[in-house]
Design a protein around this ligand. Structure first.
Ligand code: MN
Length: 234
């Protein structure tokens, strides 16, 4: 049973780490064992911790600090957490370097992209007028917009279809993909909804929330199944 490290959010007001149980359930259904990770900025400890894991799941949450992709923070950017940014950038870069399987969800795909040198839209509605409404937090478990999956990608090989509908709970998005990452999915407005890294065992990022859909939608659960399968194939 592969061990999948899952990164948490931190509620600064209550000083508690938080994770939506849906991530854990989806990993467990896939046959993996999820392990909730700490937030800490000690590179040595984090890399030692990674050595105990078979895969990494970067979960959703607050915005990535724009300083980390070379921009000033605009008024329309949301809350950020420097400790979480630091933890996840270290884990993500090191996991990719070691070719450890990584599934990056929502904020996770943004972390993956920024950690490897890409950029983000700080707020879709402010910077891309005319785009679809992507922060549909009113409908957390409802597929609200279509998605074009690019053929000859890892994502396509998992889903086996070109078009799916997904939920959407993000106000930020990938702007320029990092070197080495390729786009595997786009929303009907052209927004990047997924990234992956060719040549690696499994580095997959999605902008939607498959964990919230995975109980009832096999194509959402399939992403977790593929992550766990790739961890088992060393
Ligand atoms: Mn979306």
């Amino acid at each position: 049973m592969p061990l999948i490290g899952v990164t948490p959010a931190r509620d600064k007001s209550t000083h508690k780490l938080t994770i939506n149980q849906d991530y854990m359930d989806a990993v467990i259904r896939a046959g993996g064992t999820p392990v909730l990770l700490p937030l800490l900025s000690d590179q040595k400890r984090l890399t030692a911790l990674l050595s105990q894991l078979d895969g990494l799941l970067l979960s959703g949450g607050e915005d990535v600090s724009p300083a980390l992709y070379g921009e000033e923070k605009e008024a329309f950017c949301g809350d950020t957490d420097d400790l979480r940014d630091e933890t996840e950038f270290i884990l993500c870069r090191e996991a990719v370097r070691r070719d450890l399987p990584v599934l990056a969800i929502c904020r996770g795909v943004q972390v993956l992209n920024a950690a490897l040198g890409g950029t983000l839209y700080q707020d879709i509605a402010s910077q891309l007028p005319g785009a679809l409404v992507h922060p549909r937090n009113d409908q957390p478990k409802a597929p609200v917009h279509g998605m074009q999956i690019h053929e000859r990608t890892l994502l396509f090989s998992i889903l086996g279809q070109e078009k799916i509908k997904v939920n959407s709970r993000h106000h930020q998005a990938v702007k320029a993909a990092a070197p080495g990452l390729c786009v595997n999915a786009e929303a009907p407005d052209g927004l990047i909804e997924g990234l992956e890294m060719p040549g690696k065992r499994f580095v997959l990022g999605v902008q939607w929330h498959p964990e919230s859909l995975s109980e009832k939608h096999p194509e959402a659960q399939a992403l977790f199944d593929a992550l766990v399968r790739s961890c088992a194939q060393k």
